[in-house]
Design a protein around this ligand. Structure first.
Ligand code: PRX
Length: 632
C-alpha cells in the first residue's frame, strides 16, 4: 500500500471546506444533514418506510427489512411496479404533458418526449414483448445506444417483470456474447448503429456474430434507424413495426418488492464478469430518494446526467431514480467533444440545465481543452454539479467549481457502485464539501475504514472501505453465482467489502483512494485485469499475460500489459497492434491496453499466482514491498 499512502499524504492536506450559497440551502430538501443522519441511524426501518410512502404500492409491505445475513429483503410483502412510479403516477397527477427527456444526437437533432408519450411507448413495447412470448422472470439483453428507444425498452421490460440486462453498446461481440449467454436472454434488443464522432458504429453485425449458435435467443428486435428494412431473416423483428402493431396500454405487472428488476454485468477479480442483480422495491425507493435529495430536484429543474444507460449511473440516475421524481432530463448520444469541445456547454446554455452530473475523466478532458470553451456559453443556470465513477482530484474539483460552476454551485462527489445501486457516500447540497473527499454517508448508511482483519483504523489512515449494515438498493446476488455474492460479506466477516481503499478524517469525511483489488478504473469504467489477460491469452501468439493499471492524467488509470510470447514468436510493433486489435474485438475499445511490453518472465508466487503488485511497483518506480512469497 506504499504508493497509496504516498498519494494519501498529499490529499490529506486538503482540508478546505466549501460552504453552499444561501439560496441553495434555502431550497434544499435536506436542511440539517447531521440531525437527520443521527435520526436515520437510530431507526433505519422507519426512515426508509417514510420514504417508501412517497411512492405508489399496490400493496403495502408487512415488514421493512428482513436481514438474514448476508441476504436482505426490503419491503417484504409489498407489491409495486417501478414503471408505475416513474410514469403512470406522473401522468395521473398533472405531468402528462411535461417533457421527460430531451434527446440530442451529435448533429443537434432534438427529440422531446413527454411523460404521457413515454408511457404509451413503453406500453407498446411491453405488449410487443408479450407478443414475442416473454413472461415475468425471462431475460432480455439490450445492446442499444443512449436513446429514448433504449430507455423505453428498459422500462417496457420492467413493466411486465422481464429482467433486463443492458450491455454497453461500446462492448464488442465477445463481451456481448458472454453476457447474453450468462443471462440466457431469449430476446436481444439492438439498433442498426450508433454515431460517434460523426461516424457510424454498426451494432447489428456485432449482435449477429455474438448470438451465432446461441439457440436460446429466439428473437432480435432491431431499431432500424434509417428505415432501410431489416432483411436478416425470421429471427429479426423491426422495433417500430412491433411498436406500431402493439396496443398502446399495458397493465403494469404487480411486482413483489423482491422480484428481480435487472441484471447488470460488472468486472470483478476473475475473468468472468459478475451479473449484479437488483430487485424492485428497495432499488426504487433508494434511487428515488437519493436523486431527490442529492441532486435536490424540484419540479422545474432541468437535469442532465452525461452517463450512458449501459452503466449503473445510467440505470439509476438517467432512468429509474430520476423518472421517479418526474423531472425533465437531457439524454445525449455521442461524444462529449464532437463536433467541438463546446458541445456539452452549448446544451447547458440552450436548455438552462440546473443539475449536471458527470465523471472526473470528462472534467479532466475539458481542462485540457481549456476554459475558453465553457467560457463561450452562459452556464448561469447551473446550481448543482455532480461527480461520479472515480476519485476527483482536487485540481479537477477546483476547475469544475470555477469554470463550470462559476463559483456559485455546489459540488456533490457521489461514491457508489454497480453493487450498491445508489449513492452511498456524498455530501448533500446544503452541507459543506471538501474538494477531493466524497464526504459523508447517506442516511442510514454506516461506513468504516478497517484493516484486513476488520479492525477499525484511526482517522486519516488508509484501509479498506466497508459498509456495516444492509441498505435498500443493495445487490441481492450475483446471477447464478451466489458464492460470489457471499464473498462481498465474507472477505471481512460480517461487513460489505467494497473493494476500495479509503480513509476517514476527524470530521467523518470519507476520501476514496481507488480500488484495492485487481480492478482498473479507466475513465470511470471498471475493467478487470483478468478479463484483459484472458483476452490477450486468447491470441495464438500469447503464452501468458499480466495486466496492471497505471496513473493517467485524463483517464485516471490506463492499462499496461506485460506479455510472454509463445516459443518462436518474435516481438514486433506490428504484433503490438495486432494484440490491441484482438482485445478490442474480444472486449471492446475501452479495455484496450495503452501499452504492451514483451517480457521473458512474470513475477509469481510459489503457488503460481502472478504478483501484479510487484509489476506495478516496478513500473512506477516504487518500493516493491514484501516479496517473500516471490518464486525467484
Ligand atoms: O472505485 C470506486 C469508483 O468506482 C467503483 C465502482 O464502479 P462501478 O460499479 O462501475 O460504478 C461506477 C458508478 C457508480 C468504486 O468501487 N468510484 C465510484 N464513484 C466514486 C468512485 N471513486 C471515488 N469517488 C467516487 N465518487
Amino acid at each position: 500500500m506504499s504508493e497509496q499512502n504516498r498519494s494519501s499524504e498529499v490529499l490529506l492536506k486538503v482540508q478546505e471546506k466549501y460552504f453552499p450559497p444561501e439560496e441553495i440551502v434555502k431550497r434544499a430538501w435536506i436542511k440539517d444533514y447531521e440531525k437527520l443522519y443521527a435520526e436515520s441511524i437510530r431507526d433505519r426501518e422507519s426512515f426508509w418506510a417514510k420514504v417508501a410512502e412517497e411512492l405508489h404500492w399496490f400493496r403495502k409491505w408487512d415488514k421493512v427489512l428482513e436481514w438474514n445475513f448476508p441476504y436482505a429483503k426490503w419491503f417484504v410483502g409489498g407489491k409495486t411496479n417501478i414503471t408505475y412510479n416513474c410514469l403512470d403516477r406522473h401522468v395521473q397527477n398533472g405531468r402528462r404533458n411535461k417533457v421527460a427527456y430531451i434527446y440530442l444526437d451529435e448533429d443537434n437533432n432534438e427529440r422531446k418526449i413527454t411523460y404521457g408519450e413515454l408511457l404509451e411507448l413503453v406500453c407498446r413495447i411491453a405488449n410487443g414483448l408479450k407478443s414475442l412470448g416473454l413472461k415475468k422472470g425471462d431475460r432480455v439483453s439490450i445492446y442499444m445506444p443512449n436513446t429514448i428507444e433504449a430507455v423505453a425498452t428498459m422500462l417496457a421490460c420492467a413493466r411486465i417483470g422481464v429482467i433486463h440486462s443492458v450491455v454497453f453498446a461500446g462492448f464488442s461481440e465477445g463481451a456481448l456474447r458472454t453476457r447474453i449467454e450468462d443471462a440466457k436472454a431469449k430476446v436481444v434488443f439492438t439498433a442498426t448503429y450508433t454515431k460517434r464522432r460523426g461516424k457510424k458504429v454498426e451494432l447489428l453485425p456485432t449482435v449477429k456474430k455474438a448470438i451465432e449458435g446461441l439457440d436460446f435467443v429466439e428473437k432480435v428486435v432491431v431499431w432500424d434507424r434509417d428505415s432501410e428494412g431489416i432483411k436478416e431473416g425470421e429471427k429479426f423483428v423491426d422495433f417500430y413495426e412491433l411498436v406500431k402493431t402493439s396496443k398502446p396500454y399495458c397493465e403494469p405487472e404487480e411486482m413483489d418488492a423482491e422480484d428481480p428488476l435487472f441484471i447488470l454485468y460488472t468486472s470483478g477479480t476473475t475473468g468472468k464478469p459478475k451479473g449484479v442483480l437488483h430487485t424492485t422495491g428497495g432499488y426504487m425507493v433508494q434511487t428515488y430518494f437519493t436523486s431527490k435529495v442529492v441532486f435536490d430536484l424540484h419540479e422545474d429543474d432541468i437535469y442532465w446526467c452525461t452517463a450512458d444507460i449501459g452503466w449503473i449511473t445510467g440505470h439509476s440516475y438517467i432512468v429509474y431514480g430520476i423518472l421517479a421524481n418526474g423531472v425533465t432530463s437531457l439524454l445525449v448520444e455521442g461524444a462529449p467533444d464532437y463536433p467541438d469541445p463546446g458541445r456539452w456547454w452549448s446544451y447547458v446554455e440552450k436548455y438552462r440545465v440546473n443539475v449536471f452530473y458527470t465523471a472526473p475523466t470528462a472534467i479532466r478532458m475539458f481542462m485540457r481543452y481549456g476554459e475558453e470553451w465553457p467560457a463561450k456559453y452562459d452556464l448561469s443556470s447551473l446550481r448543482i454539479l455532480g461527480s461520479v465513477g472515480e476519485p476527483i482530484n482536487p485540481e479537477a474539483w477546483h476547475w469544475y467549481y470555477k469554470h463550470i460552476g462559476g463559483e456559485r454551485c455546489v459540488i456533490v462527489d457521489t461514491w457508489w457502485q454497480t453493487e450498491t445501486g445508489s449513492h452511498m457516500i456524498t455530501t448533500v447540497p446544503s452541507y459543506p464539501a471538501k474538494p477531493g473527499k466524497a464526504g459523508k454517508p447517506m442516511f442510514t448508511v454506516e461506513v468504516d475504514v478497517v484493516d484486513k482483519d476488520g479492525n477499525p483504523l484511526p482517522p486519516n489512515t488508509v484501509g479498506f472501505l466497508v459498509i456495516k449494515t444492509p441498505w435498500p438498493s443493495m445487490l441481492r446476488t450475483c446471477w447464478g453465482e451466489p458464492e460470489r455474492y457471499e464473498k462481498y460479506w465474507k472477505t471481512i466477516e460480517g461487513v460489505y467489502f467494497a473493494g476500495d481503499l479509503a480513509s476517514i478524517d476527524e470530521e467523518g469525511y470519507v476520501m476514496i483512494l481507488g480500488r484495492a483489488d485487481d480492478v482498473i478504473n479507466v475513465a470511470g469504467h471498471r475493467i478487470g485485469t483478468m478479463e484483459v489477460e484472458s483476452a490477450l491469452v486468447d491470441h495464438p501468439s500469447v503464452a501468458e499475460a499480466a495486466v496492471i493499471g497505471k496513473p493517467h492524467e485524463v483517464k485516471g488509470e490506463s492499462i499496461k500489459a506485460f506479455v510472454i510470447l509463445r516459443k518462436g514468436v518474435e516481438p514486433s510493433e506490428k504484433l503490438v497492434e495486432e494484440l490491441k486489435d484482438h482485445v478490442k474485438k474480444v472486449l471492446g475499445p475501452i479495455a484496450v491496453p495503452e501499452e504492451i511490453e514483451f517480457v521473458e518472465k512474470l513475477p509469481k508466487t510459489r503457488s503460481g499466482k502472478i504478483m501484479r503488485r510487484v509489476l506495478k511497483a516496478k513500473e512506477l518506480g516504487l518500493d516493491v514491498g514484501d516479496v517473500s512469497t516471490l518464486e525467484d
